[in-house]
Design a protein around this ligand. Structure first.
Ligand code: SAM
Length: 275
């Protein structure tokens, strides 16, 4: 994607080579531990699958559904859903052609051979009322606007359809409580995670935005605690040199400390379009 349109997050440049390694995990999201205090070494991959399972359940995904994964990345969610036989058909959309190119061989070999389309999450390349379920796992923070995303999701969903998202949201007074100026905090986070246009958006903002698009909240999990073991030492830094280098940046350190302090919260949200 070129010009003024949305562009992939810069941190992907450092991660592409990690994901290209044979046998590399395909999820590029936090893990979810039902009992975070009992998280064991080596449980990271299973915990990433578990996040997909919790979110898919929140979306009520079933074998009869046309499912679209927005910001599908390295196709980990598509692969999990396809292998579980959880959908009638699957489509992955991402703004990043490099990841989609790396996904083609995997998807061709999966049950149902999920389709892959390059596009922007707030202008979905899909017809009106064609989709039963939409997922967007750790993607909304990168989009030009959440309002654009929810408006377009409403357009593509069939009546009774659902969208489930994993969103990363600061609490309203995060900067104050962290002892930094809001603008400085935004700049520090964007240094590592850009694009993050709506860095100051809160949970209430997201709920109001979805509501304004005609989407009714039907499920909410605050997974801030459940995802914290993601930052334990999983002993696999050698296999993921790009991720290890990225994780040593001050931006990531700030992100992790905000989450530990409860100032950055991880929300799973499911919304329904009235039947
Ligand atoms: C943190 S990764 C999550 C990937 C995947 N959902 C997962 O859980 O493994 C964020 C993803 O959002 C994609 N993305 C960023 N901006 C986007 C946009 N405007 N439209 C579609 N995808 C976008 C990135 O390319 C990347 O694949």
């Amino acid at each position: 994607v070129t010009g003024e349109g949305p562009r992939p997050p810069r941190y992907l440049d450092a991660l592409l080579a990690d994901f290209a390694r044979p046998g590399a995990p395909r999820h590029n999201h936090l893990g979810h531990w039902d009992d975070p205090d009992a998280a064991q070494p080596g449980s990271h991959r299973a915990a990433q699958d578990r996040m997909v399972e919790v979110v898919a359940d929140l979306a009520g995904i079933g074998a009869e559904h046309v499912v679209v994964d927005v910001g599908c990345g390295f196709a980990g969610t598509l692969a999990w859903l396809a292998r579980q036989g959880r959908a009638r058909s699957l489509v992955g959309i991402d703004v990043d052609g490099r990841q989609l190119a790396a996904d083609r061989a995997l998807c061709a070999g999966l049950p149902g051979a999920p389709a892959l389309v390059q596009g922007d999450g707030s202008q979905l390349p899909l017809g009106p009322a064609t989709v039963d379920r939409v997922l967007a796992i750790e993607v909304l923070w990168h989009l030009p606007s959440r309002a654009g995303f929810f408006r377009d999701v409403r357009r593509v969903l069939r009546p009774g359809g659902r969208v489930a998202v994993v969103d990363l949201l600061l609490v309203a007074d995060a900067a104050d409580r962290a002892g930094v100026e809001p603008a400085a905090l935004a700049a520090e986070l964007r240094e590592g995670f850009d694009p993050w246009p709506e860095v100051g958006a809160t949970l209430d903002d997201v709920l109001a935005t979805a509501d304004a698009a005609g989407l009714r909240l039907v499920g909410h999990v605050d997974a801030t605690e459940a995802t914290l073991p993601t930052y334990h030492d999983h002993g696999d830094a050698d296999e993921r040199p790009g991720a290890a280098a990225f994780s040593s940046s001050s931006s990531v350190a700030r992100f992790v400390s905000l989450q530990h302090e409860g100032l950055l919260r991880i929300h799973y949200l499911a919304f329904e379009l009235a039947a």
